[in-house]
Design a protein around this ligand. Structure first.
Ligand code: WT7
Length: 653
């Protein structure tokens, strides 16, 4: 968050109580009810979560709700047997939900497909049988690299149905990123597509996967979904024996596929995310706890009712798409809108035309998108009838009060509560959030904890503080179960501070006089670019692979639309301090090749030196001060203070 935002948040004192008409019909209708349920969830977590779990289907009931005897390795619903795909689909086939729209899909070029819950059942069952035909069994890992088409939902749910572990890779990642993830997860199968649309262009997904799996011994097959069934496929290469068209295999498989009875602690998925080292972490989520947590948070935070049309704009490649495009709302039997493409295609009103056309009632998006809409101008939402909206949500990064107010006024027509939801890939589901019928909101604050969540703001020693590190005291069902293949990193990263008494999420926060939480941003070397986490160490290790580069330091800087952008300081080999434009281009190409376009920095500054302590540590704090034009902090520990002046000149030059 920029200094400017921080100051405006610090001064923010407006409060917005939930509209009376909203509360009257809400699941949680007021603060008394919230407090009562919250107290219960803290004083009797096992009773509280057992009741939530009872709303779902279990093949066998759990023996124990919570096991924290091997902290920080938690277990929930120990001994229980269930299947999350069953709870997303089969559970709804006995009542009126069966014939209601589950997924309303819109492609970027404008086509529409609607799957009812019954259709979803057929599609997922067929997909699951295709996976089985390709030899996938319970416990096998499957990588999914697909555009936002309904088959992406089918692929994910099909894995869950047969107990395969899905590892979804966002379709903006490069071949090398895919390869790293496929190898780390030991994926046997990669599911991809012949293409997808983004801002009027097609994504050559199959080509990227071909490159990624070359020499990957673990991958036995590549399953290819055709973007436009019945038409000519997009141009692609084909490897006989390894590659299979999904639609061809789907023709001959059984229509029915029973759900595998999964142990509550069987792995459901892996999702890779960036940390403060160069290597992304495979975040492990298991079945039962994640299922109950996403179910209950979706129900209460989005106040889901049978008649709602719910749209989460996130890609399934990120955790928001897992928990709140698919698993949470589908377990609640909601109608989910899924959109393939860009918000500004064919024009800046695309999102609002989707809201109007499908009568969206609950809309969940990211601050970076809201800031882009603000910049594009008020006329775009004003062209459309947004009166179907009743609730708005935001996630991914701190929202500045100006953007919050714009969202409230222009999109919400001043009648829709806004839920600012703080959570992470690791937490599985929403942790800090208003409950829309109960919590008075303040622009820029994620307000109060969800049921069962015990947050605190602590200083380095573990004392309560008004401003400091966010910490979470008690385990909740949706907590991740570790980092794949690296239990030590799990302990070191998340449980080392404060003697293991708290979970450390890596965020800074402030708590106000009403006990409301205000998230300030990351306190580790992770930068949040448009709501996507990028580890500065990942970029740094890429740059030093270039023969001209001796060393580099990457920092996050405030960015008007993205929230944060990246700036790279690159130290060249030899005595030269001038990198050419060609070198800049080469470094950018390296980043695109190793991670993907979305990780490109705003600026690369070439330099003959970097500010270092006498012991040789790069002082990133000073680099951030230079980039934000702030008065420099303490420079007395610098080995060579003159470096600063030359960097300042270069930065503004
Ligand atoms: C990081 C987690 C959770 C889904 C999307 C990102 C930041 C997330 C908020 C919010 C302030 C937020 C935090 C967090 N963040 N939501 N409402 N207010 N900051 O998931 O990639 O795991 O990133 O996003 O810094 O640690 P993720």
């Amino acid at each position: 968050m920029s200094q400017e935002n921080l100051e405006s948040v610090l001064q923010e004192s407006r409060t917005f109580p939930p509209p009376r008409e909203f509360s009257a019909r809400a699941h949680i209708a007021g603060m008394d009810q919230y407090r009562r349920m919250y107290e219960r969830s803290i004083n009797d977590p096992e009773g509280f979560w057992a009741e939530a779990a009872e709303e779902l289907h279990w093949f066998k009931r759990w023996d124990r709700v919570k096991d924290d005897s091997e902290k920080p390795f938690f277990k929930w619903f120990v001994g229980g047997k269930t299947n999350i795909a069953y709870n997303c689909i089969d559970r709804h086939l006995d009542d009126a939900t069966a014939n209601k729209a589950a997924i309303v899909w819109e492609g970027e070029p404008g086509e529409e497909r609607v799957w009812t819950y019954r259709d979803l059942h057929r599609q997922v069952s067929r997909f699951a049988n295709v996976l089985k035909q390709l030899g996938i069994r319970k416990g096998d890992s499957v990588a999914i690299y697909l555009p936002m088409i309904p088959e992406l939902a089918a692929a994910v749910l099909a894995c869950a149905r047969i107990g395969a572990v899905h590892s979804v890779i966002f379709a903006g990642f490069s071949a090398e990123s895919i390869r790293d993830r496929v190898i780390d997860a030991n994926s046997k199968l990669v599911i991809t597509g012949d293409g997808g649309w983004r801002r009027g262009k097609t994504l050559p997904l199959k080509d990227v996967v071909d490159e990624a799996v070359q020499g990957c011994d673990c991958v036995k097959n590549v399953l290819v979904v055709q973007r436009d069934p019945g038409q000519d496929p997009f141009p692609h290469q084909w490897t006989e024996g390894r590659d299979h068209w999904y639609h061809e295999l789907a023709e001959s498989v059984d229509r029915l596929c029973p759900c595998e009875e999964m142990d509550a602690e069987d792995m459901l998925f892996l999702l890779y995310t960036s940390g403060s080292t160069g290597k992304p972490k495979g975040i492990i989520h298991t079945t039962g706890g994640y299922m109950v947590y996403t179910y209950l948070t979706a129900k209460y935070v989005f106040d889901l009712k049978p008649e709602d049309v719910y749209w989460c704009t996130a890609d399934v490649g990120w955790v928001t798409g897992h928990s709140y495009l698919l698993y949470g709302p589908l377990q609640n039997g909601a109608t989910v809108v899924m959109y393939e493409g860009a918000p500004n295609w064919p024009d800046n009103a695309r999102f609002w035309s989707i809201v109007e056309k499908h009568r969206v009632s609950v809309f969940y998006t990211a601050p970076t998108a809201i800031r882009a809409f603000m910049k594009w101008g008020d006329e775009w939402p004003q062209k459309h009838d947004l009166s179907s909206l009743r609730l708005l949500g935001t996630v991914g990064e701190p929202i500045n009060p100006e953007a919050w107010m714009w969202y409230h006024t222009l999109i919400g027509g001043e009648r829709c509560p806004i839920v600012d939801t703080w959570w992470q890939t690791e937490t599985g589901g929403i942790m800090l959030t208003p409950l829309p019928g109960a919590t008075p909101t303040k622009p820029g604050s994620a307000t109060l904890p969800f049921f069962g969540v015990v947050p605190a703001v602590l200083d380095a020693e573990g004392n309560d503080a008004r401003a400091g590190y966010l910490a979470i005291k008690e385990p909740w069902p949706g907590i991740f179960r570790g980092i794949y293949g690296d239990p030590q990193r799990y302990k070191d990263t998340y449980w080392c501070r404060w003697n293991g008494a708290y979970y450390f999420p890596g965020d800074g926060a402030r708590v106000d006089e009403d006990g409301y939480f205000w998230i300030v941003g990351r306190v580790d070397d992770v930068v949040n670019v448009s709501g996507h986490r990028i580890g500065t160490a990942e970029l740094e290790s890429i740059y030093v692979e270039h023969p001209a580069v001796a060393e580099s330091a990457v920092i996050g800087v405030p960015h008007e639309i993205k929230g944060q952008g990246l700036v790279a300081f690159v130290l060249l080999r030899g005595s030269t301090s001038d990198g050419s434009d060609d070198l800049r281009k080469e470094l950018n190409e390296l980043v695109v090749k190793k991670i993907g376009k979305f990780a490109l920095p705003e600026k690369i500054i070439f330099s003959a030196d970097l500010p270092k302590t006498r012991s040789g540590k790069i002082m990133r704090r000073l680099l951030r001060d230079i980039a934000t034009g702030q008065a420099l902090g303490n420079v007395t520990t610098l080995a060579d203070p003159s470096v600063i002046e030359s960097l300042k000149e270069k930065y503004s030059g």
